[in-house]
Design a protein. Structure first.
Length: 212
């Protein structure tokens, strides 16, 4: 499900600061026509850290409505408060999203055990597939490979978007994660093709690498 080119959409706004629905539709139509594998609504690129809760939810629901089943939609549901991340995640149950992208808590700088407990609590609150998102350059929080490997044992944590740009990380994650179905997505443009060269267990052959 989470393979190929997965694009994080911007959240277009009009001059009054409201969501520009017409421009959002154009973006979605473009990706449908281009054969994009899936889109992310309200990820980092879509202003996840700045949209109020209600507007965050509204943008995802509008994206689902405009996509109309033509392209898979992943909802950005990460937050630096575990309760808020759970609330967002549960809000999108039974809406049509195919999964949730959950970024590491920013600003708080939790320990590795804190990260594990944060994502475990989110995963246990829903049946939706969960994609971990590690982007320390933006969050100030780095989720290390052993923590990712622990979380990968949780049934509905199915992937990680690794955006450190550190290729040794890719290798470490592949070695430590004992699950051939766990998906590694590159969140760093410069590392996409090199990441694909770290082949184990037939993952690249089976299409278990992608970019987001």
């Amino acid at each position: 499900m989470f393979t190929g080119s997965i694009v994080a959409l911007v959240t277009p706004m009009d001059t009054k600061g409201a969501v520009d629905r017409a421009s959002l539709k154009k973006l979605i139509d473009y990706h449908v026509a281009s054969g994009t594998a899936a889109i992310v609504s309200v990820g980092t690129t879509g202003e996840s850290a700045t949209l109020p809760h209600d507007e965050h939810v509204d943008v995802v629901l509008q994206t689902l409505e405009l996509a109309a089943g033509r392209i898979p939609v992943i909802a950005g549901t990460g937050a630096n408060a575990t309760s808020e991340a759970i609330s967002l995640t549960q809000r999108f149950s039974n809406t049509g999203v195919v999964g949730c992208l959950s970024v590491t808590p920013y600003y708080n700088r939790p320990t590795q055990e804190g990260l594990y407990q944060h994502f475990k609590a989110i995963a246990e609150s829903t049946d939706l597939p969960q994609i971990l998102y590690n982007v320390p350059s933006r969050t100030g929080c780095d989720m290390l490979p052993p923590t990712i490997a622990r979380l990968a044992k949780i049934k509905n944590i199915v992937a990680v978007k690794e955006a450190t740009g550190n290729l040794s990380r890719v290798s470490q994650i592949q070695v430590l994660v004992d699950d051939e179905d766990f998906i590694l997505l590159s969140g760093d443009d410069a590392a996409v093709w090199t990441s694909c060269n770290w082949v184990q267990r037939g993952d690249f052959r089976d299409g278990q690498r992608g970019s987001a």
